[in-house]
Design a protein around this ligand. Structure first.
Ligand SMILES: *[C@@H]1O[C@H](CO)[C@@H](O)[C@H](O)[C@H]1NC(C)=O
Ligand SMILES: *[C@@H]1O[C@H](CO)[C@@H](O)[C@H](O)[C@H]1NC(C)=O
Length: 307
């Protein structure tokens, strides 16, 4: 998975080599909250043990990651290079198991709160960790996921963000990977992208993007969000080209599109009311006895982010 490529080449100061203690600046400013800096905490790294203060002083030595960087109250982490920002994260937090953890809340001065990743910004869980098949077993926080996934790392979720018009890859990373699988938006499992497909339900607030949908024809087993996406974002989908991010008319669609969306609602994607909660309820224009229009191919769009 792309998100696991969280490896940064950093040079570390080794005790006794280029360690130039510099106590004239204030190392606590490597932390998002300077009061969380654990200056005297002893940390073992590369077989050497010294305090956080000493490690950071050493990292300011010649050829090291913070060389030429002064930590004081005017220090602006957002103005630093990516290398320095990654260094801050590594010294401040657990950093996927490789960090020195010198800020007690794990947050470096380069910490950003990606609250607009979620439909309700209050739901964002920056420190939530996930470990499983989607990350190849590696442990990753929601913050690390946003910053390392190639599809979404260039998006700015620190400010009001709309999913409308974003690529299918971005939509899947945000909703299926981040919200449904990793749980980055808490128990609602609704990201800023969930609404892009919510109008398949008569009342879009009933849409359950992370609910599991298994199609009658056995062709699809995945989230409701992805199931809807296969109908309208795949060129072969029954409702291809439909925009389910806003009110639309089911009456004008083909019977196969109508049937597919009715099935999606019947299996719980619009809550427990089933078909009556579908935007297509009462609009089916095909043969009354027909349950299926042949085999409707919901092609395997799952695992896009696992590529
Ligand atoms: C030590 O810190 C001071 C004040 O922040 C800075 O001016 C100086 O360049 C630093 N020296 C080294 C060797 O990093
Ligand atoms: C980040 O955002 C969440 C959700 O709004 C909030 O609960 C949390 O306090 C924020 N964290 C920081 C460090 O600002």
């Amino acid at each position: 998975m792309r998100a696991t490529s969280l490896c940064f080449a950093l040079t570390f100061a080794l005790l006794g080599t280029s360690a130039h203690a510099n106590s004239s600046d204030e190392n606590k400013y490597i932390c998002f909250d300077p009061t969380k800096f654990t200056a005297s905490k002893q940390v073992i790294f590369n077989g050497f043990t010294q305090s956080c203060d000493q490690w950071i002083d050493a990292a300011q030595g010649s050829g090291q990651v913070f060389h030429g960087t002064t930590f004081d109250s005017t220090f602006d982490a957002s103005a630093q290079t990516t290398t320095v920002q990654n260094g801050l994260k590594m010294y401040a937090g657990p950093y996927g198991g490789n960090g020195l953890d010198c800020c007690s809340d794990g947050k470096s001065a380069a910490f950003k709160n990606y609250t607009y990743f979620c439909q309700d910004p209050n739901d964002w869980m920056p420190d939530k960790t996930y470990s499983g098949t989607a990350t190849g077993g590696a442990t990753m926080t929601c913050t690390e996921f946003v910053e390392s996934s190639s599809d979404i790392k260039t998006q700015d979720f620190t400010t009001s963000w709309s999913c409308d018009g974003k690529s299918a890859a971005i939509q899947l990373n945000v909703q299926d990977q981040g919200a449904s699988i990793m749980g980055c938006c808490g128990s609602t499992k609704k990201s800023a992208c969930s609404n892009t497909r919510a109008h398949v339900c008569e009342n879009p607030s009933t849409f359950l993007p992370s609910h599991t949908f298994k199609s009658d024809d056995g062709m699809f087993d995945g989230t409701c969000y992805t199931a809807v996406g296969t109908t309208n974002t795949d060129a072969t989908g029954d409702c291809y080209g439909s925009d389910f991010s806003k009110t639309w008319s089911c009456a004008a669609k083909t019977p196969s599109c109508q049937l597919r969306l009715l099935e999606i609602a019947r299996k719980g994607c619009c809550g427990t009311s089933g078909e009556p909660a579908s935007a297509c309820h009462g609009h089916y224009s095909g043969a009354a006895s027909s349950q299926h229009v042949g085999v409707i191919a919901l092609v395997a769009a799952v695992a896009v982010f696992l590529a």
